[in-house]
Ligand binder design. Structure first.
Ligand code: ZN
Ligand code: ZN
Length: 159
C-alpha cells in the first residue's frame, strides 16, 4: 500500500523486483497520509500512526511503503515498524537512499520490507547478523545482513 509521499518510480522497481523473486504482490492504489501522522516540528511521520492506517486494509499481510521519514517513541528515526503477528507493517524508503547506488538502495529496500513483513507474520529478531530478521538501527548494520531469512528463522516461519 503506497502512502504519500511516495516515489512512484522506485515503487514500481521494488514491486517488479519482488515479483521477479516469486513474491506475490498486489499493488494497492496510493493513499494519502493520515493528516495527524505528520509531526511538523520534527518534519517526520509517526510510524505508529501510518501503521494504524495500513491496518484499515482488509488484506493480510499488508505493508505500507512511504518516502516520508518516520520516527517512533524515543527513536530519532525508524526504517519501519510492524505489528508482530498482526499482519501489518510499514517501511520508509527515506533513509535508505543515503550514499546508495541504485543497487544498494534496492537491496536495502528489499531487506527492510522482508524484515517488517517477517515481524508481521510473527517472527521476532534474530541474533544472526547476516539474517534479514537481525535488528538494524543503522545503514551499516542493514548493509551487513543478507536479503533472506537464516535457516533457523525459515524453520520458525514454516512452523
Ligand atoms: Zn525488527
Ligand atoms: Zn534468523
Amino acid at each position: 500500500m503506497p502512502i504519500q509521499p511516495i516515489d512512484t518510480v522506485a515503487l514500481a522497481r521494488i514491486v517488479e523486483e519482488l515479483r521477479s523473486r516469486g513474491v506475490k504482490v498486489e499493488l494497492k492504489p496510493p493513499v494519502l497520509r493520515p493528516r495527524d501522522s505528520y509531526d511538523g516540528r520534527r518534519h517526520q511521520f509517526r510510524a505508529e500512526r501510518l501503521l494504524e492506517h495500513v491496518a484499515l486494509a482488509a488484506e493480510r499481510p499488508v505493508l505500507g511503503l512511504t518516502d516520508g521519514d518516520c520516527y517512533a517513541a524515543k527513536l530519532n528515526f525508524v526504517f519501519g515498524m510492524a505489528e508482530v503477528g498482526g499482519g501489518t507493517a510499514v517501511v520508509s524508503l527515506f533513509r535508505l537512499r543515503a550514499g546508495a547506488t541504485a543497487g544498494t538502495f534496492m537491496s536495502r529496500a528489499l531487506k527492510e520490507i522482508s524484515h517488517e513483513l517477517g515481524h508481521a507474520v510473527g517472527l521476532g529478531h534474530c541474533q544472526n547478523p547476516r539474517c534479514v530478521m537481525h535488528s538494524s538501527n543503522s545503514l551499516a548494520e542493514a548493509d551487513t545482513k543478507d536479503e533472506y531469512l537464516c535457516a533457523a528463522c525459515l524453520r520458525r516461519l514454516r512452523k
